[in-house]
Write a protein of this length. Structure first.
Ligand SMILES: *Cc1c(COP(=O)(O)O)cnc(C)c1O
Length: 361
């Protein structure tokens, strides 16, 4: 597939080529069905099998324990910023939020509309260049939950491991590093992720929620905002995002065939290490995240001047390396190298960086 260029987009992002080819082949008519997945009833046996298969493969891939529900919702991770507090922040309780970037800030904003929010940690004063240390966190005993953003897509930082929160349920926005490494689901009360970075296309949002937390969803909530309703109905209270679920199913199968999360994690580590090694090689490039907080998914770096950054963006695009311009809150460049991003693309970027430095350094 030589027409495909190297896609460093932060999201929606690259999907495995094998998945795209399979979806293309079966788009007009699913084998043995004679209709497209886009055209069939979500109540049909065919779609029920697709939904069940996606969930089963996702549970296998992530080792999701039986006492967790897997939900396929809509509205993106951004709707979860509201649904989490609407369902879990019970009257009179406090929710702790650890603020590590722009997405955490947006989550806080919605939670504050619902109830009492305590900022249990923040690195905003350092432009979110690092993840807070455990000893900096000021956790509320008996909080309704603690919310973290596991990977900060804009700032290129990532939690190396979960913060210790005791018995309080940990709620995580894992949109940009879900299934990039093994995940111990039992450490979390609720995990959510917009699909369009590591899991599938935009339009479907994954929620994994521990059974006991569903009891917190008040009956007075609007039906579509109620986790318990979605859980009771197996994500089929209304028409689910059928195509997104189908495609996520293909991505789950791809990930299993790659060797599962251990193998995917090892590949992600290799890709990130190669890029950071190049960033650190001479001082021409400068990583923006603190070394111990570096993301393996979104690699942010700057050049000696904004003029060189503009040239880098232009010339890399021309060289078939697309989407490297960084987010405006950090500036510089950002290479998003999610699960589906090939190692050959990292090699191509490293080669390009070296040549660029030789010409401009
Ligand atoms: C992209 C992203 C979001 C926003 O996701 P939507 O599905 O567009 O709402 C939220 N959180 C993180 C960490 C993200 O990377």
């Amino acid at each position: 597939m030589s027409e495909r260029i190297f896609n460093f987009s932060a999201g929606p992002a690259i999907l495995p080529e094998a998945v795209l080819l399979e979806a293309q082949r079966d788009l007009v008519a699913l084998p043995g069905v004679g209709m497209s997945v886009l055209e069939i009833s979500h109540r049909s046996k065919t779609f029920e099998a697709i939904l069940a298969g996606t969930e089963a493969d996702l549970r296998t891939l992530g080792g999701v324990p039986a006492n967790y529900k897997v939900l396929f919702l809509q509205g993106g991770a951004s709707l979860q910023f509201s649904m989490v507090p609407l369902n879990l922040l019970t009257p009179g309780a406090t929710a702790d939020y650890i603020v590590t970037g722009g997405w955490s800030q947006k989550a806080v904003k919605e939670a504050q509309r619902v109830g009492t929010v305590h900022i249990a940690g923040s690195t905003e004063g350092e432009n979110f260049a690092r993840i807070p240390r455990q000893d900096e966190l000021q956790l509320t005993p008996d909080a309704a939950y603690v919310h973290v953003t596991t990977n900060n897509t804009l700032f290129g930082t990532e939690w190396a491991s979960e913060p210790a929160v005791g018995a309080v349920p940990l709620v995580a926005d894992t949109s940009s590093d879900m299934f990039s490494r093994p995940i111990e689901v039992s450490k979390y009360g609720l995990i959510y992720a917009g699909a369009q970075k590591n899991l599938g296309p935009s339009g479907v949002t994954l929620v994994i929620v521990r059974d006991d937390l569903l009891a917190r969803s008040s009956k007075s909530l609007h039906t579509m905002l109620n986790y318990a309703v979605h859980a009771e109905n197996g994500s089929m209270y209304n028409t689910p995002p059928c195509f997104g679920i189908y495609l996520m199913g293909l991505v789950m199968k791809w990930a299993l065939a790659e060797g599962g999360l251990a193998a995917i994690s090892a590949a992600n580590d290799r890709k990130a290490a190669a890029l950071y090694a190049e960033i650190d090689r001479t001082g021409f490039y400068r990583g923006t995240a603190a070394t111990d907080s570096r993301s393996r998914m979104n690699i942010t770096f700057r050049l000696p001047s904004e003029a060189l950054e503009a040239t880098f963006a232009k010339e890399s695009t021309a060289a078939g390396l697309d989407g490297l311009k960084g987010h405006r809150s950090v500036g510089g460049m950002r290479a998003s190298i999610y699960n589906a991003f090939p190692e050959a693309g990292v090699t191509a970027l490293v080669d390009f960086m070296r040549e660029f430095e030789r010409k401009n350094g």
